[in-house]
Every structure is written in structure tokens, then in C-alpha cells.
Design a protein around this ligand. Structure first.
Ligand code: GTP
Length: 413
């Protein structure tokens, strides 16, 4: 990304350039005056500009008009704390007005650029029956480069969520025809967990209990209308930051750090609650445990790093073969598992045999190094039992495959 610094102080330029290039993958161009800023803006397209208000040839913030006139997001970084001017500039559509106070001001600007970059790929849905209010919120969000979608009531919002994947934030008004904000949030939370989507409630109702009710119903935050510009951005930004943190914690617990497939914990958490229902309703489920043969030799002969690459490639092949329809996980070491809902043991065996034959036939290629590997597999079909017992039976079938010469699929009786 390319950033323009419109700034005549060498110290500020050196500091910001250093901080920006340390934190972001970006090119920084510098214009020490309005004339050079004009030239650079004509020659290049900028992701954003950080501009001072007081330049030798433009002492009254003319640089802001120039930057905004080129459709470039503009962050004002200034030594003058003028409330009236600040209000006027925010009204003109700048991203933010930052007072050069101390080093935190520079850190804030650098972080803000990172936030804008993240926002570019963040979809936000506004559910509000008032067109004026929707437009107002849309404008605020677009200033911060969000991808914005709109729905004029709760049911339409549910439709948009169904149709458009990857919406990260829902901003829901309380008073809407059909289903109101509470009902919408309750329905959304049935499908989307807190690590998948954040929700901010909105209302111009003066009822003091609304905030708590919104949050108890599953919203992450609440804003009373009318709200000021900056408060809105701070709330949105904090909400999305906490969504990212929750997501990271979730990933640490549920995704294997090396291969990216699910962990044992995820596998048990996902399967355990539904298993007794499967047993009662007679739903077919088979599981397959698989273990790469003589994997220790790979480590001993080619080193641990190549061992890691083999595990990653093996997981990738598993994901390609089963990821779309079934639940798979790395149980630990070189041992993996697939749960196949809807498949009896014969069908599961035939699917696994296809995978096993494929592993045997296609070498694991790492640059010049080509490794021929095999896998042993144990399959078991769910009977009237617990997940532990089912796993034990699949493990015994796997043990049999190993002891009978490896590179084969065995099925538990
Ligand atoms: N590179 C790498 N190796 C691992 C990892 N986790 C476990 N291992 C190694 O995997 C190997 C497993 O070896 P064994 O359990 O003896 O089994 P094996 O050599 O595959 O032999 P069989 O299963 O009997 O065919 C050990 O050497 C572990 O150190 C990992 O994350 N990365």
C-alpha cells in the first residue's frame, strides 16, 4: 500500500516513515508543501494520506481539501487544537483528527492505517428501517473503508446474512417493523457465535434499560442515537478488535498450529453433544483413525522440518478429500481422524481405501526431495456406545492394520 505524508517537519516525517514501514508493508511518499502534494496526488493513487494543516504554502488546512478532492482517505495530524476547525474537518469527511501531543499520537496514526486496511476487507450489515439513519451510518462506515450492506428491517437482514457470506459486524436498530432489534439479535445468535460475528445495537429510544437488554440478548455493544462521529468509530473499532481477540483464542484452542486442521478438542466438542441423538435416532456415523507409517524414520532421516512438511501436506490432502463433507482433526503426532456422518462401515472403508491408495501412489514432494509414504487406517461404525468407546474400537482396528503389515484399512467388527 502507498501512503502520502504531507508534512514539513523532518523529525515528524522520519518518525512516521520509520513507524509505518516497521508495522505495515507500505511505501511512503513525502510532500513537504502543497505544491508537491498536488504533484504526487496527480501521479499516484494513495491508500491514505496523513496531512499537517499548516504548510509553508498552505497555512490554513488547504491540504485537506486537496487530498479529499482526489478521493483519498485523509487523516489530519496537527499541532493545533482548534475545536471548531476539528468539527468542520470531520464534517468534510476526514477519517480522523489527531492532535500531535506525544508519541502515542503517532502510534495512534500508524495503528489507524492498519485498521483502515483491515476494514477494507470487513463486511458490515446495517439493519435499520430509517433510510436517513442507514445513510448516516453507511457514510461513517465508508469513511473508514468498510464494505457496507443494508437491510430495511429484521427479516431482510436475516436474508442478507443468509445470502452474503463473511459479514463480520451487524449494526441493528431496536425499533423496526416485523421483528425488532432484540428478536433479530436472538435469531442471529442462534446461528452465529460471538467469535464469528459482532453485533452493535442502536436506538433513539430513551429507555435506560435498553443497553443491558441488548447486551444480554447477545449484542457486543450498544449506541444511543444521536451519536457523535468519533464515539461511533471508537465503538466499532473496539468491537471488531475484541472479535479478533475472541477469534484468535478460539483458533488457538480449536485449530492445530502446524497443519491448520481442527484439534482433538474441537473434534470431541463437536461430536460428543450430538452422539447420543445419533444413537437414539439410528443415524449412521463411522469414524476412521489414520496414522502415517514409519513416520519416525522421516524425522530421523530427513530432519524434523521435513517431518513437519509431511504432516502439513498429509493434512492438506485429508482436507481436500474429506473437508467439505466431514469433520476431521489431528489427534496428535502423526495421527488423524475423520468422522463421516451418513456413512456405514462398508462405505467408509471404501472411501478410506481410495484415500490410502492415493497416499501410496502420489509421492510427497519437497523441492528435490521425493518421499514415498503409506498410511494405516482403522474404521469403526457407531453402535449403542459413547464416543470414547467408538474411538477405542477404531484405534484397535488401526492397531490391527499396523500389526498386519501397515498400508491397509481395517474395519472394527
Ligand atoms: N516432525 C514432527 N514429528 C512429530 C510431531 N509430533 C510427533 N512427531 C514424531 O512422530 C513420530 C511417531 O513415531 P512412532 O509413534 O514411533 O511411529 P512411526 O514411526 O510412525 O511408526 P508406526 O506408527 O508404527 O508405523 C515420533 O518420532 C515423534 O517424535 C510433529 O509435530 N512434527
Amino acid at each position: 500500500m502507498r501512503i502520502l505524508l504531507v508534512e514539513d517537519s523532518n523529525i515528524v516525517v522520519r518518525l512516521l516513515r520509520h513507524m509505518l514501514t516497521q508495522l505495515h508493508d507500505c511505501t511512503v511518499d513525502v510532500a513537504p508543501n502543497l505544491a508537491e502534494a498536488r504533484e504526487l496526488l496527480e501521479q499516484n493513487t494513495y491508500f491514505a494520506a496523513v496531512t499537517d494543516l499548516n504548510l509553508p504554502d498552505a497555512p490554513n488546512g488547504e491540504s485537506v481539501e486537496l487530498v479529499l478532492g482526489h478521493g483519498t482517505p485523509c487523516i489530519v495530524l496537527t499541532g493545533s487544537l482548534d475545536a471548531k476547525q476539528r468539527k468542520k474537518l470531520l464534517h468534510m469527511g476526514i477519517v480522523d483528527y489527531v492532535y500531535k501531543e506525544n508519541r502515542f499520537s503517532y502510534e495512534y496514526v500508524v495503528k489507524l492505517i492498519g485498521t483502515l486496511e483491515r476494514n477494507r476487507n470487513t463486511k458490515v450489515l446495517i439493519a435499520d428501517d430509517s433510510l436517513v439513519s442507514r445513510r448516516f451510518v453507511r457514510n461513517l462506515l465508508e469513511l473508514h473503508l468498510f464494505e457496507v450492506l443494508e437491510a430495511e428491517d429484521g427479516l431482510k437482514a436475516l436474508e442478507v446474512l443468509q445470502r452474503v457470506p463473511g459479514i463480520r459486524l451487524l449494526i441493528a436498530d431496536y425499533n423496526m417493523p416485523g421483528i425488532d432489534g432484540f428478536e433479530l439479535i436472538l435469531r442471529v445468535r442462534e446461528k452465529y457465535a460471538r467469535e464469528d460475528m459482532a453485533i452493535i445495537g442502536l436506538s433513539n429510544d430513551t429507555d435506560e434499560t435498553l443497553t443491558a437488554r441488548f447486551i444480554k440478548n447477545g449484542a457486543n455493544d450498544f449506541l444511543q442515537k444521536p451519536f457523535v462521529h468519533e464515539e461511533f468509530h471508537c465503538r466499532v473499532s473496539n468491537t471488531l478488535e475484541s472479535l479478533e481477540m475472541i477469534r484468535k483464542l478460539w483458533e488457538q484452542a480449536n485449530l492445530d498450529y502446524l497443519t491448520g486442521v481442527h484439534t482433538r478438542r474441537y473434534f470431541f466438542d463437536k461430536l460428543n453433544p450430538s452422539l447420543q441423538t445419533f444413537v437414539k435416532q439410528g443415524t449412521c456415523l463411522s469414524i476412521a483413525m489414520m496414522d502415517i507409517d514409519f513416520f519416525k524414520r522421516v524425522n530421523d532421516t530427513h530432519g524434523h522440518d521435513i517431518g513437519d512438511e509431511v504432516l502439513k501436506e498429509f493434512a492438506r490432502r485429508m482436507h481436500e478429500a474429506f473437508g467439505q463433507h466431514f469433520t476431521l482433526a489431528r489427534l496428535g503426532g502423526e495421527e488423524f481422524v475423520v468422522a463421516m456422518k451418513g456413512l456405514d462401515k462398508q462405505k467408509a472403508q471404501s472411501l478410506m481405501e481410495g484415500f490410502r491408495a492415493n497416499v501410496e501412489a502420489i509421492p510427497f514432494q519437497f523441492g528435490e526431495l521425493s518421499l514415498m509414504l503409506t498410511v494405516s487406517i482403522g474404521v469403526a461404525e457407531l453402535g449403542n456406545e459413547t464416543l470414547d468407546s467408538l474411538m477405542k474400537r477404531a484405534d484397535m482396528a488401526l492397531y490391527e492394520a499396523k500389526s498386519q503389515g501397515r498400508n491397509q484399512t481395517r474395519v472394527a467388527p
